[in-house]
Write a protein that binds this ligand. Structure first.
Ligand SMILES: NC(=O)c1ccc[n+]([C@@H]2O[C@H](COP(=O)([O-])OP(=O)(O)OC[C@H]3O[C@@H](n4cnc5c(N)ncnc54)[C@H](OP(=O)(O)O)[C@@H]3O)[C@@H](O)[C@H]2O)c1
Length: 362
């Protein structure tokens, strides 16, 4: 039986679901691949729990899962003998035969991940921030291993969550196909907003409802400002070989910058001011058989995220709710683009994509 040791950074929704799936599929992976995934180091923002020899026991893993689910911090757990600062522990342990998995939303993980790669470990990222730092950091994280066309890192879930957008992009690039344009809707929250507008619902009502249900970030401005979509656009652009930074991505925010200040409740109360303009934009689009979508557009000429009017009968126009869609127009896929579509968010689908990345590296 081959053993792959894991370091998991981040025990929020994605990190916990990953741990659950590792336990759930253990006997399946043993039978099918002769493989055992052994979580040896788990970290949250405060500290970490390590058991480098033999891995953390199933009992310890279940205890961590229920403790983190109830909102606790790892440092509150009784066994304090094995604590050390998270990123230091990564530096100490990562080596060949290990995979470091970044399920944080932190921008502090890039250096330890690069160090882990240099020591021969594999790296899996659900976290977009290291890949959208400067170009050099991206290059060091994604550089092919010497003697192999493939890097020792995977970042499939950073765009489209469980939909295999990055694998498709990498295959198109590897085959030498020329990518003219990548377009699509990569935000479940903004997808839901756009279909709500199409149904005639007021902008403010859709956002309030989604916020109440926990379907937006705690501050919905984080979704509406388009920054998350911009990070995905940059990852796609860099995957196409373009040398760009975040400042090169044109971003359309869905609210005026005067509404950036102040608390969340004040923002939600001010939202009805935007209802009329969105209603008018949707009506105008509808008169020409089009609908409004929040789209990513990546080409050698332009990298942009923002609203577009698209024909109702196009793949993007037919998209509903929180689903994601990404389409590649390439020298081979012309005039009909290659279209990927599916559920684009949710911690289980994301963690399942992360697990797939780990298995590719194990
Ligand atoms: N949710 C989705 O559907 C989805 C889809 C695709 C990609 N992603 C990406 O996946 C990542 C995780 O998402 P999530 O929803 O699980 O986020 P989350 O619930 O906010 O969890 C983040 C976790 O990271 C930990 N953390 C923060 N800084 C850290 C550090 N420096 N070292 C170690 N741990 C640190 C936090 O610790 P504490 O517990 O101590 O706060 C927390 O456990 C994000 O980057 C997100 O953008 C999510």
């Amino acid at each position: 039986m081959k053993t792959t040791r894991l370091i998991i950074l981040g025990l929020g929704g994605v990190g916990r679901s990953l741990l659950e799936q590792i336990l759930e599929f253990r006997s399946y992976q043993a039978q099918r691949y002769g493989l055992r995934l052994e979580p040896c180091l788990l970290c949250d923002s405060g500290t970490c729990l390590a058991q480098p020899q033999g891995g953390l026991s199933e009992e310890q893993l279940r205890q961590v899962l229920s403790h983190k689910l109830s909102g606790g911090s790892l440092k509150d757990l009784p066994d304090t003998s094995s604590w050390e600062p998270p990123l230091e522990a990564v530096r100490r342990l990562a080596q060949t035969g290990w995979v470091v998995v970044d399920c944080t939303a932190s921008d502090a993980t890039a250096e330890p991940l690069i160090e882990a790669l240099s020591k021969g470990a594999g790296v899996v990222l659900a976290n977009k921030k290291p890949l959208t730092a400067d170009q050099e950091t991206y290059d060091r994280l994604t550089r092919p291993r010497s003697g192999s066309g493939l890097p020792a890192s995977r970042w499939e879930t950073t765009v489209g969550s469980g939909v295999p957008v990055i694998a498709t992009l990498n295959r198109l690039m590897a085959s030498g196909d020329e990518i003219e344009k990548i377009e699509g809707a990569t935000s479940g929250t903004l997808g839901r907003l756009m279909t709500g507008l199409q149904q005639g619902l007021p902008f403010s009502q859709i956002i309030r409802q989604a916020h109440r249900e926990g379907a937006t970030e705690p501050d919905p401005r984080e979704d509406l400002a388009g920054q998350d979509a911009a990070r995905k656009a940059l990852i796609l652009a860099r995957g196409m070989g373009l040398k760009l930074d975040m400042k090169d991505v044109e971003v359309e925010s869905l609210f005026p910058h005067q509404m950036s200040d102040g608390g969340v409740e004040a923002f939600l109360e001010a939202l009805p001011r935007l209802d009329d303009s969105y209603r008018q934009r949707c009506e105008k689009a509808s008169r020409s058989g089009r609908v409004l979508r929040y789209s990513v557009e990546v080409s050698p000429r332009r990298v942009r995220v923002g609203t577009v009017e698209t024909p109702l009968e196009s793949p993007l126009g037919r998209l509903q709710g929180a689903d994601n869609l990404v389409q590649f127009t390439t020298r081979c896929f012309t005039p009909t683009p290659l279209v990927l579509q599916g559920r684009g968010a949710g911690v289980r689908a994301t963690a399942s994509g992360v697990l797939g990345d780990i298995l590719e590296l194990a």
